[in-house]
Design a binder for this molecule. Structure first.
Ligand code: BGC
Length: 914
């Protein structure tokens, strides 16, 4: 048996920890089947002595066990020894360490300093100080933060590799500082420099492009703690003894881009001014910092029909481009960014709206590498001006995001579905840049609560989002109140509060974190904010006990109503609001149970019951019809268990009929989409879920894949079949909301769901999909790697499941009678094989395909022209385009053999292409 991946507060050997009761986790690995932990023993010691000996504790707990010893001392190194034993009598040991940082931010001596440059000066200030060291250094740390975003250099070398520090928080309430070990960087004579860009603090932000949202001047705050071998300590900190000058970064804005002039640095000397600052808002770095996590070489360079010089990275991404070149002294290179090309193959930056995203470099004549510092863009293409010749090897896309552990992978036998999973993953990376954003490219990039909650389950599978969401939820809590409710975006720069399915993030996101990582503390921390959101709604209910006032986003961007100005879809907005009200009331009740708050649990249970009764009276007829008979109305009724049991079957039929009326297409927006396939699969309509999912024409997930998407789009038809764009002014090509289908892929198709928080016990229950003959999920849970792979081919179903030590799984064999196939197993590898008559081979085209879908394939056009020359040119053909082949048969039954021949030929072609 082995102990591995020992962690303190989810991190490997962290420094700068500011919590007084850190939590420890580890994973067990064993060759033996059915291994469970039966005891653990934790010993924590500082240099001299043991500060906590847990003793031998008989327990299966191995995740997030709270420190329980003497009070920890700031800035101290602690070693942690863990020993565990298993039910087979084996034992294993492991070690880790952590270092505490500053517990009380008021103890910092540093001041927030700023400059006195004229207001029109756009160059980023660099604050600096020289200091000398005469003694032997044992250990040195720097604690730093800023108003704005900063980078530091010590003796000419960059400190750390984090980007966009200190990140974006609700700055008036909370400001993170970072801790770096600089022991090895110190010399006798030293110069520390800190350059600060406008960032989110002072920069242009939001779709109104407003600057100075948090303040008019950037600031720097840093404190170096040097511990000498002789036991003495020295502190160097920002104050009016520092100096300030401008440098090479002449301009920097997140949306607009950065200008770096290496030719004439144009150094302006200024004066340092102390800025008023409340140190109480300081908090040590809470989530994984933003870093460059990937470097993609350019795929190609080319010239567009308009004559633009472009670089293509082959992937829509978030980050910055690095350019290697030798220009002439003073040569100016301008780099523009875009997600896509227009239908003629020209550069198309319109999806960025007012975010100019232009980086400008001025060369010094030497060989140089350019990389912006305080900006990021959403792009696949660069348009280069100012270089005579461009070569792919000169360009690298540096992908930026919060550097979380990549925990989940999904693969299957269908290439297009794999591309969709890749698009979901890239959408997640690009939009988890310190906060969960709606999109990374346009003049928005805000912490939209609705988008975050919709995507939070999918995200928690793909990456370990525990710390990321813990941090963001602290901002949610800081900016929410019983009085105003929960903002639409967090950090809140819009001042708009409380809309259903958006503000509900306050309850849903902590619940997702608890369920995925078994982290109870996130519920404790957020309890107030969670129940106050429900209380806010209750306070705004009418006499009928329902919430039917105020602004709502409804089923945002749904297709079942002409888009018009409000974009809210056809489902009754207040039905959605009250459905969500019920959903979160139930989660708050469950949270109260987890936290052993008995009274509150019964209070919210009673609130749930009376609201449900009111909801049913308002939104269902006595015979079980829904007032809003839309797909989303039905999905919420089923998935949130709102309809009466007796009416569920009828509602399922309504939903399926609605889908069939749309030729197996969805019409849902942000609210209905995440649960549409789940609601069908869970209600004996998995085939309909599969049919919707496997559709390849608009609207569908795979339509975008067919159109060459490499991220998930904001709209089902962001790019239209003819290559033109939605031009309503809101058309991001990297919006993760509809990527929430990932959760259905992982839970239903691959079959993995947690039954107990943290996947201590989980379920494997794959549901087969026509067109997918094999699927696989690998998930690094907090207990260890879970894997499940199934295939259904050549008359055989095979299922292989790996269960990590200290967990249990409940396995259902696909296509077997549920009650008979269900089994509970312990850790180890479990494999099953049995015969089947099911054939899942992919058939993209059928008699249910529309003529438009069929003739989008040149082979079909060729065949029709051969069979019935001129058929596709008749005056009525446009009317037929949206009809399915089956529907067309009613007018011309004799065409059946021709249609079948075309369908077969197209499917055959697809098969050979796979
Ligand atoms: C954002 C969305 C967001 C919405 C609010 C948009 O501008 O990009 O994703 O949720 O506004 O409805």
């Amino acid at each position: 048996m082995l102990l591995c991946e020992l962690r303190t507060e989810y991190r490997e050997n962290p420094i700068g920890l500011s919590c007084r009761l850190p939590r420890f986790s580890w994973k067990m690995k064993s060759e033996k089947q059915n291994t469970m932990q039966s005891w653990y023993h934790i010993i924590v010691s500082d240099k001299e002595q043991v500060v906590w000996d847990s003793g031998k504790v008989c327990s299966e707990d191995s995740v997030l066990i709270s420190y329980g010893g003497d009070e920890l001392i700031p800035e101290t190194h602690y070693r942690v020894k863990v020993e565990t034993g298993s039910n087979h009598g084996e034992s294993a040991q492991g070690e880790m360490w952590f270092e505490t940082g500053i517990f009380d931010p008021e103890t910092f001596l540093a001041k927030m300093i700023t400059h006195n440059f004229a207001e029109k000066e756009t160059a980023c200030p660099t604050f600096y100080k020289k200091f000398t060291i005469d003694k032997m250094v044992k250990n040195a740390k720097i604690y730093a933060t800023s108003h704005g975003v900063y980078e530091m250099q010590l003796n000419g070398s960059r400190i750390g590799n984090d980007r966009m520090t200190p990140g974006w928080t609700s700055y008036h309430h909370r400001l993170q500082y970072q801790t770096y070990d600089i022991t090895a960087m110190l010399q006798k004579k030293n110069q520390i420099e800190m350059t600060v860009g406008n960032g989110w603090y002072k920069g242009i932000l939001g779709f109104t492009c407003r600057p100075d949202i948090y303040g008019e001047r950037v600031g720097a705050f840093a404190e170096i703690h040097i511990y000498y071998e002789d036991g003495s300590r020295e502190i160097i900190f920002t104050d009016d003894s520092w100096s300030v000058r401008t440098g090479q970064i002449r301009y920097s804005e997140i949306y607009m881009g950065e200008t770096i002039d290496t030719n004439e640095a144009c150094i302006n000397q200024g004066n340092v001014i102390i800025k008023e600052f409340d140190k109480g808002v300081l908090t040590a770095q809470e989530n994984e910092p933003v870093r460059i996590t990937d470097r993609l070489p350019a795929k190609k360079t080319f010239v567009t029909p308009k004559g633009e010089n472009l670089v293509d990275f082959g992937q829509n991404l978030t980050g910055i481009a690095e350019i290697k070149m030798q220009g002439k002294k003073g040569q100016k290179i301008v780099i523009r960014h875009a997600e896509t090309l227009d239908k003629d193959g020209n550069f198309y930056p319109d999806t960025l709206r007012q975010a100019k995203s232009v980086d400008t470099f001025i060369c010094n004549g030497e060989e140089q590498i350019f990389l912006p510092h305080f900006t990021f863009h959403g792009f696949r293409y660069l348009c280069i001006e100012g270089m005579e010749e461009i070569k792919p090897e000169q360009f690298t896309a540096c992908v930026m995001n919060s550097d979380m552990e990549h925990t989940g992978e999904f693969f299957c036998s269908n290439k297009k579905v794999n591309q969709l999973q890749s698009n979901i993953w890239w959408g997640q990376k690009g939009n988890f840049l310190d906060i969960p954003t709606d999109c990374p490219q346009r003049d928005e990039r805000l912490g939209w609560t609705g988008d975050a909650q919709i995507f939070s389950w999918t995200a928690a599978f793909n990456s370990n989002t525990a710390l990321f969401f813990t941090k963001w939820m602290r901002d949610v809590a800081a900016e929410s109140s019983l009085d105003k409710g929960v903002p639409h975006v967090i950090p809140d720069i819009l001042g708009q509060y409380s809309a259903s399915a958006w503000s509900d993030a306050a309850v849903i996101v902590p619940w997702v974190v608890y369920q995925t990582y078994g982290d109870k503390q996130v519920l404790e921390e957020n309890w107030k904010c969670m129940h106050e959101w429900v209380d806010y709604i209750r306070n705004h209910c009418g006499e009928n006990k329902l919430w039917q006032t105020g602004f709502q986003y409804g089923d945002w961007l749904a297709l079942d109503k002409e888009e018009g100005a409000d974009r809210t879809g056809a489902t009754d907005k207040y039905m959605i609001a009250n459905a969500y009200y019920l959903y979160v009331t139930d989660l708050v009740k469950q949270t109260a149970e987890v936290l052993e708050k008995k009274q509150e649990a019964s209070k919210y249970a009673a609130l749930y019951n009376e609201t449900l009764e009111a909801f049913r009276a308002e939104y269902y007829t006595p015979t079980g019809r829904i007032v809003s008979e839309t797909q989303t109305g039905a999905v919420l009724s089923l998935y949130f268990h709102l309809a009466k049991e007796k009416d569920r079957e009828k509602i399922v039929k309504t939903l399926v009929a609605n889908i069939e009326n749309h030729k197996n297409h969805l019409t849902t927006g942000f609210v209905g989409t995440p649960y549409l396939c789940h609601a069908l699969s869970e209600n004996d309509s998995h085939e309909t879920a599969s049919a919707i999912f496997m559709k390849e024409d608009c609207p569908s997930w795979l339509y975008a894949v067919n159109m060459g998407a490499t991220t998930v789009w904001e709209r089902w038809d962001s790019i239209k079949p003819d290559g033109s764009f939605d031009e309503s002014g809101m058309n991001s090509l990297n919006h993760y909301a509809y990527g929430s289908i990932g959760d259905w892929l992982y839970r239903k198709v691959a079959g993995l769901s947690q039954l107990e928080p943290g996947y201590k016990k989980f379920q494997i229950k794959p549901m087969l999909v026509k067109g997918i003959e094999e699927a696989e999920v690998r998930y690094e849970s907090v207990y260890g790697k879970i894997a499940c792979k199934w295939s259904c081919r050549n008359g055989k179903i095979n299922l292989k499941v790996s269960v990590p030590a200290n967990t249990k799984a409940v396995i259902y064999l696909p296509e077997r009678i549920e009650a008979e196939s269900k089994m509970e197993v312990g850790s180890g590898v479990h494999e099953y094989e049995y015969e089947t008559t099911i054939n899942l081979s992919h058939e993209r085209f059928s008699m249910d395909s529309t003529l438009a879908e069929i003739v989008s394939e040149p082979l079909a056009v060729e065949m029709f022209n051969q069979y019935v020359p001129g058929m596709l040119e008749g005056p009525m053909i446009q009317f037929a385009m949206q009809m399915t082949l089956s529907e067309m048969l009613s007018a011309a039954p004799e065409a059946r053999p021709m249609y079948e021949a075309v369908v077969n030929a197209l499917n055959e072609k697809e098969r050979t292409n796979e």
